[in-house]
Design a protein around this ligand. Structure first.
Ligand code: C5P
Length: 209
């Protein structure tokens, strides 16, 4: 009897967070958005007045993060995401956040985690692993529509450039690069809307659990 651990990885704006939230609600499982941990470390480093590659400061902040911490709109900005990608390349930061993520995944009833390295590093034994992708253009278009509603100065080209940079940085770093686990099922959401993507994800997870 294996606990239902659902590991969801993928690049920025692939829709993995929405799929993770909906799968967690469907199965009544707790959900951890692990990107928020790296975002919280990055914002903490900046608030401390330190540089994003100051590993000792970043590690100290990562060690101080409680396993369950409050979400906060300042963590959700594009700037926080780009800063998160910088601290996420520091091996000491990844090591400091490992135990809290594994403890969350080991909850007796199961859990849903989403990030970049859940299937490869955090939960290599998860019974259900999804790798969610979409073309960079489709992801930029989704982000643009989200942002343009609030910010008339939002630029599609700028968002697309940022997404391409974050993909390249996340895929090329030495520790825990963004790659699908060998046993992950790929879900390409380029031509799916959110309901279509959720239906596909649910069908995959139901087959695996
Ligand atoms: O998913 P999200 O955009 O919130 O992640 C922000 C950044 O945190 C990513 O670009 C990535 O560099 C890093 N991250 C990571 N490992 C995870 C989750 C996020 O390296 N499990």
């Amino acid at each position: 009897n294996i606990a239902p651990v659902i590991a969801i990885d993928g690049p920025a704006a692939s829709g993995k967070g929405t799929l993770a939230r909906r799968l967690a609600a469907h199965y009544g499982l707790p959900w951890l958005d692990t990107g928020l941990l790296y975002r919280a470390v990055a914002v903490g480093v900046l608030n401390h007045g330190a540089a994003l590659d100051d590993e000792p400061v970043a590690v100290a902040i990562a060690r101080g993060l409680p396993a369950d911490f409050a979400d906060n709109p300042a963590l959700r900005t594009g700037e926080a995401g780009a800063a998160a990608s910088r601290v996420a390349a520091l091996p000491g930061v990844r090591a400091a956040l490992l135990d809290a993520q594994r403890a969350f995944a080991a909850r007796p009833g199961g859990a849903v985690l989403d990030g970049r390295d859940i299937g490869t590093v955090i939960c290599p034994d998860a019974p259900a692993k999804l790798f969610v992708t979409a073309s960079a253009e489709a992801r930029a278009d989704r982000r643009y529509r989200e942002l343009a509603a609030r910010d008339p100065a939002a630029s599609y080209d700028r968002i697309l450039a940022d997404i391409r940079k974050r993909d390249a940085d996340d895929a090329s770093r030495a520790v825990a690069p963004l790659v699908p686990a060998a046993d992950a099922v790929l879900l390409d959401t380029t031509s799916l809307d959110i309901d279509g993507a959720f239906a596909s994800a649910l069908a995959i997870v139901q087959r695996l659990l």
